[in-house]
Design a protein around this ligand. Structure first.
Ligand SMILES: Nc1nc2c(c(=O)[nH]1)N[C@H]1C(S)=C(S)[C@@H](COP(=O)(O)O)O[C@H]1N2
Ligand SMILES: [Mo]
Length: 169
C-alpha cells in the first residue's frame, strides 16, 4: 500500500465528557476519511464477495446475488483509534448472520479482507479500523490473525472503552 492518510497520526483535542464517549475520544460531526491507500475501483461486473477458509465449500456471491440478500439498518456510535467519535451513524448492509447462515465451521476467528489489500480481524463494537471498507470477503480461521493495522502497532483487540489503541495498551 502506497500511502497512509494523515488521520492515522492522530490529533490532540479536548475531549467532551459523556457516558457515550469512550475515554480519550472527542466528538466530531463531519466524516473524516481514513484510508491506508487509494480508494480501489472495482467494476460491479467483477465484484465478488467470498466466504472462505475453514469451510468445506467456499461461498461466493456476485454483486447481483449479494444485492438480493436481505439487508438490515443499524444505528451505531463509531470510535476511531485516532480519537474522533461520531454518534448515531446509520448503516445499511447484509448481516454477518446472513453470510454465515447454514455454514458449518469450527473456526473461532475471522479475517476480513478488502479490495486494495487491507485486512483486519473482525470483531464488532471495537475501534473503527476493524470495520473494513471495500470488503472482498471473510476468511474463517482457527487461530486469530492480526490484520494490516494490528501488525503495524495497533492493538489486536481494540476495545474503545478500555483504550486499547496500540500494542501493550
Ligand atoms: N479497506 C479499508 N478499510 C478501512 C480502513 C482502511 O484504511 N482501509 N480504515 C479504517 C479506519 S481506521 C477508519 S476510521 C474507517 C474510516 O472510514 P471513512 O474513511 O469512511 O471515514 O475505515 C476503516 N476501514
Ligand atoms: Mo480509524
Amino acid at each position: 500500500m502506497g500511502f497512509i492518510s494523515r488521520g492515522f497520526r492522530g490529533k490532540r483535542r479536548d475531549t467532551a465528557s459523556s457516558s457515550r464517549l469512550p475515554p480519550g475520544q472527542y466528538v466530531v460531526t463531519d466524516y473524516p476519511v481514513l484510508s491506508a491507500g487509494p480508494t480501489p475501483r472495482i467494476p460491479l461486473s467483477e465484484w465478488t464477495f467470498v466466504l472462505e477458509g475453514e469451510i468445506d465449500q467456499p461461498k461466493k456471491w456476485t454483486w447481483e446475488e449479494f444485492r438480493k440478500l436481505p439487508t438490515e439498518q443499524v444505528t451505531k456510535d463509531i470510535h476511531c483509534v485516532t480519537k474522533w467519535s461520531k454518534f448515531d451513524t446509520v448503516w445499511t448492509g447484509v448481516s454477518i448472520d446472513t453470510i454465515l447462515d447454514g455454514v458449518e465451521t469450527a473456526a473461532e476467528y475471522t479475517v476480513q479482507f478488502s479490495y486494495g489489500g487491507y485486512t483486519t480481524n473482525l470483531i464488532p463494537h471495537l475501534y473503527f479500523w476493524k470495520s473494513a471498507k471495500w470488503i472482498r470477503g471473510i476468511r474463517l480461521v482457527n487461530e486469530d490473525q492480526p490484520g494490516f493495522w494490528e501488525v503495524n502497532g495497533y492493538n489486536n483487540y481494540g476495545d474503545p472503552w478500555r483504550e486499547q489503541r496500540y500494542w501493550g495498551d
